[in-house]
Design a protein around this ligand. Structure first.
Ligand SMILES: *[C@@H]1O[C@H](CO)[C@@H](O)[C@H](O)[C@H]1NC(C)=O
Ligand SMILES: *[C@@H]1O[C@H](CO)[C@@H](O)[C@H](O)[C@H]1NC(C)=O
Ligand SMILES: *[C@@H]1O[C@H](CO)[C@@H](O)[C@H](O)[C@H]1NC(C)=O
Ligand SMILES: *[C@@H]1O[C@H](CO)[C@@H](O)[C@H](O)[C@H]1NC(C)=O
Ligand SMILES: *[C@@H]1O[C@H](CO)[C@@H](O)[C@H](O)[C@H]1NC(C)=O
Ligand SMILES: *[C@@H]1O[C@H](CO)[C@@H](O)[C@H](O)[C@H]1NC(C)=O
Ligand SMILES: *[C@@H]1O[C@H](CO)[C@@H](O)[C@H](O)[C@H]1NC(C)=O
Ligand SMILES: *[C@@H]1O[C@H](CO)[C@@H](O)[C@H](O)[C@H]1NC(C)=O
Length: 498
């Protein structure tokens, strides 16, 4: 009797341990969502109209969430602004906002919908997570009243936050993150007073979360990885692509590799505004990605990832500082890449070694093309300086890119197609920063999974001939400590963001 009770007890304990024991791998899903936009975002609507619009989007998200769960996904990420769109004023966004409580309240909206007032969007998301036993990551708006006791309280008596929420597989609100680095067009939202570093544990690894423009800055993005050691970043975004270096799939996959984390990026799908490009990125290589400027359709991606991806340490300047500069006969010239003036040299031969420097950064390239075409020009460029348009951020960039035409004046312009494949390339630079994001982008804005690698001494090199023609091979460095170099303009920016 006692023995069998004991056995039953032991059996139950083992079962429980198994149930919560860690798993080595998990299935991630991201959904690129073609958001249904409100008919008007610049004149106020009623709460009922706002909810009706949000329901249209939640219906579409529901299809993606149930489909992902049926295919075994543990977690699904949906995009920033995916439930109501963008382009509001403080007043017109208001009917779309809900009061999102602190996750420490242990709230399951699906079980207890009215505990914090009327929150139909959170209730719906919570039930979707619970009913399908899947973590659901979404982006909604939070409102928090304030008054004159707080000197920073906005004149309309409330803070409005661009907010990521995570509901766990039981429907509980597991995380809430208020976006720190708002884009210039987000004057309808406030930044939190201090960056919020939001993490949560699961049986399939530790997660951190941030959104869109946050990716260009140190806090909270880098802190989550360096100090909080998360395994996977969740990244709802509404990303407008900018070539040659800031197209969504290109830059987000590079961030995963540069910092050595899994990265789940869900973008809006709105080709008219250059919004497309979502992916599931492991540190060693993209596992799934989607870029589609041709259709109006959303897209669900799934892939398996390691719960705890191994991290390698790269010294980004070690190789470049160890070699002599290659002698370069070509004439140097200036070219503008997204408002920054790079120093370039033209790649003259089918194969070659080139060095180009700008201020303290020297970039070395060895390459071999499949053929040197007369109708295409490639150049090697360097930039070491503060970028000041749509945000201030200090860059150190080494880039080999296809010029838009054979006119050197077009080197750095946005170009989406190319015809030249490369047999090999190896790019390195004398970086002063430890934060460098390696990008390889092929014609038609395609990634090159498993075709290149970064060595511990900081070379970005090909493992095989490229599977397609090359748009760019780039080491995109961010030197966060130097962002304050132009103190006056960053103060102005802080004021503009309220
Ligand atoms: C937008 O306006 C059209 C035409 O008046 C209407 O049919 C549609 O339901 C409206 N859409 C939304 C999301 O309110
Ligand atoms: C915002 O809406 C206004 C008016 O409808 C439109 O002119 C503008 O292009 C929109 N801006 C964006 C960023 O969508
Ligand atoms: C969740 O399941 C309950 C009970 O089956 C159902 O009433 C509800 O509509 C479901 N909600 C969602 C969002 O799937
Ligand atoms: C002002 O806000 C504080 C902090 O949120 C709150 O404790 C207080 O009750 C508010 N005062 C009034 C008059 O609403
Ligand atoms: C998360 O898990 C790690 C490793 O199992 C543990 O050290 C840490 O305390 C956990 N953190 C939380 C917030 O539960
Ligand atoms: C990287 O390597 C260079 C040259 O080998 C060395 O001077 C530098 O201290 C190293 N940097 C780091 C962060 O280890
Ligand atoms: C480039 O340099 C490598 C050694 O670093 C050398 O083997 C190769 O021949 C050089 N290529 C050209 C075209 O000079
Ligand atoms: C900007 O601020 C930093 C530290 O706050 C200071 O060291 C630097 O001299 C300032 N630069 C200018 C141009 O004022």
């Amino acid at each position: 009797m006692i023995t069998s009770q004991l056995l039953a007890y032991v059996a139950t304990s083992i079962f429980c341990i198994l149930k919560v024991s860690a798993v080595d791998k998990f299935i991630a899903a991201v959904y690129e969502h073609a958001v249904v936009l409100p008919n008007t975002s610049l004149t106020p609507v009623s709460c009922e109209e706002a909810l009706a619009l949000m329901k249209l989007n939640l219906d579409l998200l529901q299809r993606a969430i149930t489909s992902a769960a049926k295919q075994g996904a543990h977690i699904i990420v949906t995009p920033e602004d995916g439930i109501y769109g963008w382009n509001f004023t403080r007043e017109t966004i208001y009917p779309y906002l809900e009061d999102i409580p602190d996750p420490r309240e242990n709230w399951i909206p699906c079980n207890d919908p009215n505990r914090f007032g009327h929150n139909p969007v959170q209730e719906r998301l919570s039930c979707l997570a619970k009913n399908n036993s899947i973590y659901v990551v979404a982006n909604i708006g939070d409102k928090k009243p304030c008054n004159a006791s707080d000197p920073q309280c906005p004149i309309d008596g409330r803070y409005q936050y661009n907010t990521d929420v995570v509901f766990d597989s039981e429907g509980k609100l597991a995380a809430r993150y208020h976006k720190q680095n708002l884009f210039t067009s987000e004057e309808h939202f406030n930044s939190p007073k201090r960056p919020e570093v939001v993490t949560f544990n699961t049986t399939f690894g530790k997660f951190g979360i941030f959104t869109c423009f946050d990716i260009l800055f140190h806090d909270p993005a880098v802190t989550l990885v360096k100090d909080f050691h998360v395994d996977t970043i969740l990244f709802p975004t509404a990303w407008m692509n900018v070539l040659p270096h800031l197209s969504a799939v290109e830059f987000h996959s590079a961030w995963a590799m540069g910092l050595g984390v899994n990265f789940l990026a869900a973008n809006l799908h709105h080709p008219l505004k250059e919004m497309t490009g979502s992916g599931i990125y492991a540190p060693d290589s993209p596992r799934a990605f989607h870029y589609d400027m041709k259709t109006e359709e959303g897209k669900l991606l799934l892939s398996q990832l390691d719960s705890h991806p191994p991290r390698s340490v790269v010294n980004w300047s070690s190789y470049a500082r160890s070699i002599e500069a290659y002698s370069t006969e070509s004439q140097k010239f200036k070219g503008i890449v997204f408002f920054d003036e790079f120093t370039f040299v033209e790649l003259m031969g089918v194969t070659g070694n080139y060095t180009v420097c700008h201020r303290d950064l020297c970039c070395h390239l060895s390459y071999k093309m499949s053929e040197k075409r007369s109708d295409e020009v490639y150049a090697l460029g360097a930039f070491d300086g503060l970028h000041t348009v749509e945000g201030n951020y200090y860059l150190q960039v080494c880039t080999m890119l296809k010029c838009e035409t054979t006119d050197l004046e077009t080197c750095g312009d946005s170009v989406e197609t190319a015809s030249t494949r490369f047999e090999m390339f190896s790019l390195s630079g004398t970086f002063g920063t430890q934060y460098v994001f390696p990008e390889v982008l092929l014609s038609e804005v395609q990634l090159a999974p498993a075709e290149f690698q970064v060595s511990n001494d900081g070379r970005l090199f090909s493992l095989k001939p490229t599977s397609g023609p090359v748009l760019t091979v780039t080491l995109f460095g961010r030197w966060y400590e130097k962002d304050g170099e132009l103190n006056t303009s960053s103060d102005l920016k802080a004021q503009a963001l309220g």
